[in-house]
Design a protein around this ligand. Structure first.
Ligand SMILES: Cc1ncc(COP(=O)(O)O)c(C=O)c1O
Length: 337
């Protein structure tokens, strides 16, 4: 198998990094304080279920703590769910183009994967909810990557009700969107929702994510996870980050404002840019090949993500940085176009 290739994470020199949808701002100061305190307890193993985080998240989401499972990043959650539900020869369905890791997760299980193409307007075709031979799990990134588009919750519920298997709604970017699917979990046991603290809480380097599902499902998923899949520092830091909702609201607002400007300016440069509900934009160009633009930006120490989806096309996914970072990227693009 070819394996999943993460976005470039250069370890040398300074780059303006707009390629892996990180938050351009440092996390809440409460995070540092929580880590300082947690260091004093590192002698001991962490809480296997990350109870402190579960209680805090449950309060915020107005659900019971036993509806939550914590993971070492939401990638860990996706792995746990796939491992628990999908076996050798089974089928896993995913939208296309979307998060490339899903297919790798299927491959790791020796399972088959079926890609259902988005319609040109980024809605899903009926085939997405069709019954499939040995279909065990369906993934939906919502907002989707690379498009930043959202399938409305009422449509997600309708799809899930028709599916013969669970639907994992991957909400890694949901804090930048207008709607979310957590309220659907209580209505339909087939719906599970994963969340990440990497993007909206600026904690990509920490690794923390969680799943919301009905308690009887969480109980089964726990059997599949590593005993201590979240370490003591990350549990403390993630709990502190979640507790600082003021920080989230302020930084979310900055990123949404930056996103609006990035979309407008990219369109002014002649790109076809999709309306995004995430912290990135998807840009294609009707006349120019975009790979050389990516390469030239990189030579100037600006990293964006060049994505090529066989059978679909290619484009540039540009994360929403600070105002200065967005300006630097736009200025350089203007010189090239
Ligand atoms: C759609 C989607 N889901 C999940 C993830 C993984 O996020 P995490 O850092 O929580 O593992 C990413 C990361 O880029 C993503 O784009």
């Amino acid at each position: 198998m070819s394996g999943y290739v993460p976005g470039e994470q250069p370890q040398d020199g300074e780059f303006i990094k707009l390629n892996t949808n990180e938050n351009p701002y440092p996390p809440s100061p409460a995070v540092g304080r929580a880590i300082d305190e947690a260091i004093l307890r590192l002698r001991k193993y962490p809480d296997p279920m990350a109870g402190a985080f579960r209680r805090r998240a449950a309060e915020l989401l107005d659900i019971a703590p036993d509806c939550i499972l914590c993971g070492n990043g939401s990638d860990d959650i996706l792995t746990i769910v796939t491992r628990a539900l999908v076996g050798q020869g089974h089928l896993l369905r995913l939208p296309y183009p979307s998060y490339v890791l899903y297919r790798t997760l299927a491959e790791l299980q020796g399972a088959r994967s079926e890609e259902v193409h988005f319609n040109p307007d980024w809605t899903l075709p009926e085939a997405f909810a069709a019954v499939g031979d040995d279909l065990r799990l369906v993934f939906l990134a919502n907002p989707n990557s690379p498009s930043g588009t959202v399938v409305p919750p009422e449509k997600v519920l309708e799809l899930a009700e028709r599916l013969p298997c669970p639907l994992l709604v991957d909400e890694a970017y949901v804090d930048f969107a207008e709607t979310n699917c957590v309220p659907l979990v209580a209505k339909c046991e087939k719906i599970m929702v994963s969340r990440s603290l990497s993007k909206s809480y600026a904690l990509a380097g920490l690794r923390f994510g969680y799943l919301v599902a009905q308690p009887h499902l969480i109980e089964q998923l726990v059997k599949v996870k590593d005993s201590y899949n979240c370490d003591a520092l990350s549990i403390a830091a993630a709990t502190a980050a979640l507790s600082d909702q003021q920080w989230l609201a302020a930084h979310r607002a900055k990123i949404i404002a930056g996103r609006g400007r990035l979309v407008r300016e990219m369109r002014a440069l002649g790109f076809v840019t999709v309306d995004s509900q995430a912290n990135f934009t998807w840009n294609t160009h009707p006349r120019r090949p975009v790979k050389p633009l990516y390469e030239e930006l990189k030579r100037n120490r600006i990293l964006v993500r060049y994505m090529n989806y066989p059978g679909w096309g290619d484009g540039l996914r540009v994360s929403v940085g600070t105002d200065a970072e967005i300006d630097a990227c736009l200025e350089r693009l203007k010189l090239m176009i």
